[in-house]
Design a protein around this ligand. Structure first.
Ligand code: SF4
Ligand code: SF4
Length: 75
């Protein structure tokens, strides 16, 4: 029996992970808390400046729509 020398291309491509996209919060944040209630996956944490966990964020954009200072935008 003859063995294949190379595996199919999709086997190698399966190791390449696409870049994780997420929304981020910039210095315009005034810590009003409006965004945290809008996030369906609880990706936003409170603080002097709120932060979004890029691993949890699903890029839905709901928080950006709720922000009064336009501090939230795609990374
Ligand atoms: S974009 Fe959506 S999932 Fe990501 S932090 Fe904002 S509300 Fe949450
Ligand atoms: S809605 Fe905007 S200003 Fe308010 S806490 Fe979230 S990021 Fe900060």
């Amino acid at each position: 029996m003859k063995l294949k020398k190379y595996l199919p291309l999709h086997f190698y491509l399966s190791f390449i992970k696409p870049k994780k996209m997420a929304y981020i919060i910039n210095d315009s944040c005034i810590a009003c808390g409006s965004c945290i209630d809008e996030c369906p996956v609880e990706a936003i944490t409170e603080g002097d400046i709120y932060k979004i966990d890029p691993e949890t964020c699903t890029d839905c954009g709901s928080c950006a729509d709720a922000c009064p200072t336009e501090a939230i935008h795609p990374a």
